[in-house]
Each structure stands twice: as structure tokens, then as C-alpha cells.
Design a protein around this ligand. Structure first.
Ligand code: ADP
Ligand code: ZN
Length: 748
């Protein structure tokens, strides 16, 4: 039996732990308004309070930031001086977002980076010296500067946090040379504990992080990589733009990110969406920094619903209510995929991630990689790590097993079904949801398709591309097929019951299963692999099953999430949030997340006390918004026009009546008590619904003509370009009204 003493000291230690947990939870409630912590957060926060180094690996959306933001707020001021923690972050936008989020919650935080002017910088430094900051964000190159080193020598640093730590590794997917400078941190700040955070790290990258940062005996914490609220789908890519539009249609009015490989594709796709009436914008590295940051902030402020972007978009984009992430092209690694797709549903509510897949993308990537390796003077062998990452990506896209399981296992974890799973696998991927249908007589279909490939090659003495083969299988008499005599082959018309699209998907599946291969390069001709030759003779039961994908049913972003939510109230709260955010010039999510709005629209709190019980409402937000929210909910539920009509509807009606009689923006804004920005949007809405002949009351004909001319020159969707073209001659109000009117005229 254990001696008494031990038992007693264990009990004492357990008590202390409980006490610490209670303090942590108290801080999280007070500042963030969260009810509890995710299991790994609790452990990671404890690590941040201790003296040991740590490496924390959590998927995007897992709640990393809280882990390092809480420790400096837990006051153990035995040493008199308050604690300041330092966070290294790779991007200014990322730092600024975090700082504004923290301040909105009442946490004193600042950032030092090259974007500050002298005055701003002096202010941050003074705050730092005076011990007023709990968190200081810095860029990696700053941290090494002797000026900052001197400054920090007077500060009690509890912990130094390296965010996005995979950037230090060449084995990772986002290597940043400036991160290399961080290897001196351990030596330079022996008193502080060092904590590395990353969302994606395969074992090799993990080891590299520990080694490069010289972490000492770090505690390694790995969060759950599964994101059960995300539904993953892979659709065979055939008419990408149309497929994307269908997905967007399922998410009208919601936030969506679409990723494409090329800049041109982002612009074309965004234009197609705008033409369909979607508030969309293209985003890529070819835009100027200021254009990009403008698009980002408009997206954050909910003025744009859909961003069509290259991978240049994402880091630091922290809109929690993204309801779908669509990939029009295959990413080059599962790390990329996981990170980009992970931007969906960060608020924990349901969201979907759709990958449009064609094996042709693999060939495209390979030749891109080869070309850039040749330019950089790398050997084929040095390319191997990249090819390996790509092979994993291909395997994921081509597989017919659970996507959640595949992703989690790739990141080195075992997959456990969610607790509420009802039998059909994860319940949140196309495979488990049964959105694929097995093709009857798959084996026969495979043999017919393969023998067609073989016959054509034997007959013509050379291989042909997929379209030609599909044409022969469907029995099409094209000029090419007839002139080559391929209409006389025994395989001609052998699979004519399939559409060209279905056969395209079948060819893709044969490729994914290693039965055929596509030559890389400009003319991707198709040949049988060795396995393909064997398959021709193999017994049928040894051949794989082929599938056709059914159209995904409309996924009503998770019905469960909406139980008891008054949708109209939710919408009017969203509008209120948009106004509050634009008045304060912060992104909408900084005011409140969607989850908070849904709870408000479900619980309809009527007192500050009830309000504090709502997810996402802490002390600071209660002080700042409590009165407004309670008034709003009260007015909504006691609306004079009966329970259904919301105040925003009334406002809209009033505004429309005033516009009917030609009232100016300023006047209407005053009357309805709304910002200029939202009144401008109302005018746009009025133009679109009333379709007036002319809008001379708001835009003088001369100004109108100038804007129209700019719109013709720049393209009607290029709002910021148009604004620049008419700068000094027309206001933003005039541009937006004119563009709305031009849209109406174009439709007429
Ligand atoms: P990461 O940086 O890991 O991608 P974030 O720190 O941005 O993730 O957090 C993702 C989302 O989860 C945010 O919307 C945040 O408000 C929410 N969140 C984090 N921790 C909690 C918690 N303990 N309870 C409820 N929501 C949380
Ligand atoms: Zn599944």
C-alpha cells in the first residue's frame, strides 16, 4: 500500500490542478465568453504556464491561438512585474487580425512590424516597457534585431511562441528562410519557455521543428486532426466553372472560398459568378498589395461572399463562418489541402469542402515541378519529396474510402468515428454518404475500355488521347475516327450506353487504379500499364469496382445547428453586426462569430446576465455591445408590425419609400439611423428591385457617363479599377449606384 503521505500529497497536487483549471476557465469565460476548453487546449495552456518547451500540433480551426493567448493572462505575479508573452508570426495581416481580436475582447496586445509608422512604433514600445502588454506579436526578422533584443531585456517574458512553426522546415510545404533566424531564440532567451505551434506537420517536419528551434525536451501535443463538422467531397471535374456555380448556389449569401491554380482562372470564375449575381472577387498575387488587402477586408466585413483565389489567399484570413471551400484544381499536397479546406467551418458549424478532381491535374503538376526544378538546377532525385507529396494527394482524390479517415491517418493519427455516428461511416463524406453509385458490371466495363486502348494503339502504331478513345468507345463517327479507320475496330461503340462525361470519369478511375497511364506533357496520350495488360486477362472478381458520382444533395448547412434559431432574427443580427463592424472599422467576426449570433437568435436573452451566458460574450463585449444587442432583440421580438416583420425590413421599406421620392443618401441614412455604407447598399438594392429608367437624382448624367465609360474599359466587375479610373470625378456612392443601374440595364 502507498504510504499515507504520498496519498495526501497527491490529493494536494490534484487540488492545485483543479484550482489552476478553474482559474484558466475563469479567464476564458471572462475574456472570450467560451464555456469550456477543448481537451488539448487545456493541456497546451498548462504547458504555456510551465517552464518546459512544447510543440503543439493542431489542425486549422482547432483553436491554437487561445492556447498561447491565455497563459500571460493568468497572473502569478510573485515576481512583481506582470508577464508579457512574445508571439512570432509570419504575416502582418495575421498579426493585425489577432491583435484586433484580442483588443476587442479586452486583452492588451500589440504588434511590432514593418507596417507601423514611427509614432505607432514608439507607442508600442512605451507600452511594452511599462509592462502594459500581455501579448506582443513580432515578425521573425524583428525578433533578431538588436534594438528589440535590448528592449525585451527589460521585460518579463514568460513564453515565446512560434506560430506557423512549419515555416522553419524545408521539408514542410511553406518554408520561409526568415524563420531560420529563430534558431537562436533558445540561447538568447534562456528564461522564457519556447512553444512551437503548427497546423500541419508530418513526422519529418515535426522533428525538424524541434531540431531547428532547439526545443529542450519539449512536450509534444497533437490535437485531434479530424474536423467532424466538415463534409468532404471529391467530384470528377468535367465542367469546373459550372460545377462551382452549382456549389455556390447551395450557399447563397454565405461565405465561400474557391481555390484555382492560375490567376486567369480566378478572374474568369469570379466574373462568371458576378454575372450570376454573386458578390464575388478574384484574388491573386498579381494584384497590388493594397488591392489584396482591400479584398480581404471586404470579405471579412461580409461585403463579399465568395473569394476566388490562388493559394496566395488564406493565411491570416480568419473569417469563421466560411461555409464551403472548393478546389477547382488539385493542390500539390495533402498538407496544402488540409490547410486550405480547413478554412471552412472554423466556427465549429457545418461546412463542406469540395475537391474537383481530374488526373490530368497530376500531369500538370508534374510538368510544372519538373520545369521549376530544371530552372533551379535541381536533379530529378531532389524532386522526389514533392512527387511523394503529390502521390498522396492523388491517392486521396482517387480513393473510394472514407475521406475523414484518410486525412486523419495521413497526419499520423488513428481515426475514431464521431460519438454520434449512426452506422454509415463518418456520415460526413461523399463516400460514407453513399453519393457514389457502383457501376453495374464494372469488370466488363473495365475490360472493354482497356481493350479499346490496346486495339487503337496496335492498329495505329501509336497511342491516342482520352477524347479519341472515348469517341471510339461511344461509337462516334468523327472525321478523325473515320479517317484512321477506327470505326472498324471491334471495340467501336462498345460502351455507347455511357455519356462522354461518364466515360471521362471512368478513364480517370482506371488511371487512379493504375491500369492506364497518361503521358505527361502537352499531348497526354494514354497507354496501358503492366497492371492494365494483366487486367485484360484477369478473372473478373479481381478487378476493382467503378463508380459514378451522383449529384450531391443540397447540404442544408447542418440542420441540427439551426434548431430553435429564429432565422429572421439571425439575419437581422447579421446586419446589425455588419453595421457595428463597419462603424468600428474591424472585421465582422471580431464583433461576434456566427455561433454567437445563432445562440442569440435561439435564446433571445433579455438581460446582461443572460447575455453573458451566450457563447462568445465575455465582459468586454458585454460592456461594449450588451445594450445594443438587448435593445435589438427586444425591438425585434416586440416589433410594432407584429412578430414576423423585422426592424430591418421596416428600415428597408422606409428607405425604399424615400428613394422613390428621390431622397439623397445622407438624408436617408439619417432617417433610418444607419451608416452611409449600409444606406449605399440599400440604394443598390432599390435600383435593382425598382429598375428605374435613370438615376439622375443620385448621379449626374455627366458623372454617370464617365463611370459607364470606365466600366466599359475596365470590365463591369472591376469595381476598384473603375473607382481609380474616375477618382476625383465620382464618389464611391456614385460608382456603386451607377454600376447597379448598368447591371439592371444589361439585364433589360
Ligand atoms: P486555429 O488558429 O487553430 O486555426 P483559432 O484559434 O482561429 O484556430 O480558433 C478557431 C475557432 O474556434 C475560432 O472561431 C475560435 O473562436 C473558436 N474556439 C477556440 N477555442 C474555443 C473554445 N474553447 N470554445 C469554443 N470555441 C472556441
Ligand atoms: Zn467518411
Amino acid at each position: 500500500m502507498a504510504p499515507m503521505q504520498d496519498g495526501a500529497s497527491q490529493a494536494y497536487a490534484a487540488d492545485q490542478q483543479d484550482e489552476l483549471d478553474a482559474r484558466i476557465l475563469g479567464v476564458v469565460r471572462q475574456y472570450w465568453g467560451f464555456d469550456g476548453l477543448r481537451p488539448i487546449q487545456r493541456v497546451a495552456i498548462r504547458a504555456g504556464l510551465g517552464t518546459r518547451d512544447s510543440l503543439v500540433i493542431m489542425p486549422t480551426g482547432g483553436g491554437k491561438s487561445l492556447c498561447y493567448q491565455v497563459p500571460p493572462l493568468i497572473d502569478d505575479s510573485a515576481e512583481g512585474k506582470p508577464r508579457t508573452d512574445v508571439v512570432v508570426s509570419p504575416l502582418i495581416a495575421l498579426m493585425e487580425d489577432q491583435v484586433s481580436g484580442l483588443r476587442a475582447n479586452g486583452v492588451p496586445a500589440s504588434a511590432l512590424h514593418s507596417g507601423l509608422d514611427e509614432k505607432q512604433q514608439a507607442k508600442v514600445e512605451a507600452d511594452l516597457k511599462a509592462g502594459r502588454l500581455r501579448l506582443l506579436y513580432v515578425s521573425p526578422e524583428r525578433l533578431g534585431s538588436s534594438h528589440l533584443v535590448r528592449l525585451l531585456s527589460g521585460v518579463r517574458i514568460g513564453a515565446i511562441v512560434v506560430d506557423e512553426a512549419h515555416c522553419i522546415s524545408q521539408w514542410g510545404h511553406d518554408f520561409r528562410p526568415e524563420y531560420r533566424a529563430l534558431s537562436s531564440l533558445r540561447r538568447r532567451y534562456p528564461e522564457a519557455s519556447l512553444h512551437a505551434f503548427t497546423a500541419t506537420a508530418t513526422p519529418r517536419v515535426r522533428d525538424d521543428i524541434v531540431e531547428q528551434l532547439k526545443l529542450q525536451n519539449p512536450e509534444v501535443l497533437v490535437g485531434n486532426f479530424d474536423r467532424p463538422n466538415l463534409t468532404y467531397r471529391v467530384l470528377p471535374k468535367d465542367s469546373a466553372r459550372k460545377q462551382v456555380l452549382e456549389i455556390i448556389e447551395r450557399h447563397r449569401g454565405e461565405a465561400v472560398i474557391v481555390y484555382c491554380l492560375s490567376r486567369k482562372a480566378t478572374e474568369r470564375t469570379a466574373d462568371a459568378m458576378k454575372a450570376a449575381g454573386v458578390k464575388a472577387a478574384a484574388y491573386h498575387a498579381g494584384l497590388s498589395a493594397s488591392q489584396r488587402s482591400k479584398i480581404q477586408s471586404r470579405f471579412m466585413a461580409e461585403k463579399i461572399d465568395v473569394i476566388v483565389a490562388t493559394v496566395a489567399f488564406g493565411m491570416g484570413v480568419d473569417r469563421g463562418d466560411v461555409r464551403a471551400v472548393v478546389h477547382m484544381d488539385l493542390p500539390k499536397s495533402l498538407e496544402h489541402y488540409q490547410q486550405e479546406a480547413g478554412r471552412a467551418g472554423r466556427d465549429g458549424l457545418s461546412a463542406e469542402c469540395v475537391l474537383l478532381y481530374s488526373p490530368a491535374d497530376i500531369a500538370k503538376w508534374k510538368s510544372l515541378m519538373e520545369r521549376s526544378a530544371a530552372e533551379a538546377g535541381l536533379s530529378r532525385e531532389q524532386l522526389e519529396p514533392q512527387f511523394e507529396l503529390l502521390r498522396h494527394m492523388q491517392r486521396y482524390a482517387g480513393s473510394m474510402s472514407c475521406r475523414h479517415k484518410a486525412l486523419v491517418e495521413y497526419f499520423g493519427q488513428e481515426y475514431a468515428l464521431p460519438e454520434d455516428a449512426t452506422g454509415d461511416g463518418c456520415g460526413a463524406c461523399d463516400v460514407c454518404l453513399g453519393e457514389f453509385e457502383a457501376i453495374a458490371d464494372s469488370a466488363q466495363v473495365i475490360k472493354k475500355a482497356l481493350s479499346c486502348v490496346a486495339r487503337i494503339e496496335r492498329h495505329a502504331g501509336r497511342a491516342y488521347g482520352a477524347n479519341h478513345i472515348i469517341g471510339v468507345l461511344r461509337g462516334r463517327r468523327t472525321a478523325e475516327i473515320e479517317s484512321r479507320g477506327h470505326d472498324s475496330l471491334s471495340t467501336f461503340g462498345l460502351l455507347k450506353e455511357f455519356s462522354a462525361k461518364a466515360l471521362g470519369s471512368i478513364m480517370d478511375q482506371l488511371e487512379d487504379r493504375g491500369l492506364i497511364e497518361r503521358a505527361p506533357g502537352e499531348y497526354p496520350v494514354i497507354t496501358l500499364t503492366e497492371a492494365g495488360v494483366e487486367a485484360l486477362r484477369a478473372p473478373e472478381e479481381q478487378l476493382p469496382t467503378l463508380y459514378r458520382s451522383r449529384v450531391a444533395k443540397r447540404s442544408e448547412s447542418g440542420d441540427g445547428d439551426w434548431t430553435g434559431v429564429d432565422r429572421e432574427l439571425f439575419e437581422s443580427l447579421r446586419e446589425l453586426r455588419r453595421d457595428l463592424a463597419s462603424e468600428r472599422n474591424v472585421p465582422a467576426y471580431v464583433v461576434f462569430g456566427d455561433r454567437t449570433l445563432r445562440e442569440l437568435a435561439r435564446l433571445k436573452p433579455s438581460s446582461p446576465h443572460e447575455l453573458l451566458g451566450v457563447h462568445g460574450v465575455g465582459r468586454k463585449k458585454l460592456d461594449e455591445y450588451g445594450g445594443i444587442i438587448i435593445d435589438h432583440i427586444w425591438a425585434f421580438t416586440n416589433g410594432s408590425t407584429g412578430s414576423g416583420a423585422s426592424r430591418s425590413q421596416e428600415r428597408r421599406d422606409t428607405a425604399f419609400e424615400m428613394f422613390d421620392s428621390g431622397a439623397g443618401l445622407e438624408e436617408v441614412a439619417q432617417e433610418i439611423g444607419r451608416t452611409r455604407e449600409s444606406t449605399r447598399q440599400l440604394l443598390e438594392a432599390w435600383i435593382e428591385s425598382r429598375r428605374p429608367e435613370q438615376i439622375a437624382a443620385w448621379v449626374e448624367p455627366k458623372v454617370y457617363a464617365a463611370i459607364e465609360q470606365a466600366a466599359e474599359a475596365e470590365g463591369p466587375g472591376r469595381v476598384s479599377r473603375i473607382c481609380r479610373a474616375v477618382a476625383g470625378r465620382a464618389s464611391v456612392d456614385e460608382v456603386s449606384a451607377t454600376l447597379a443601374h448598368l447591371r439592371v440595364r444589361a439585364e433589360a
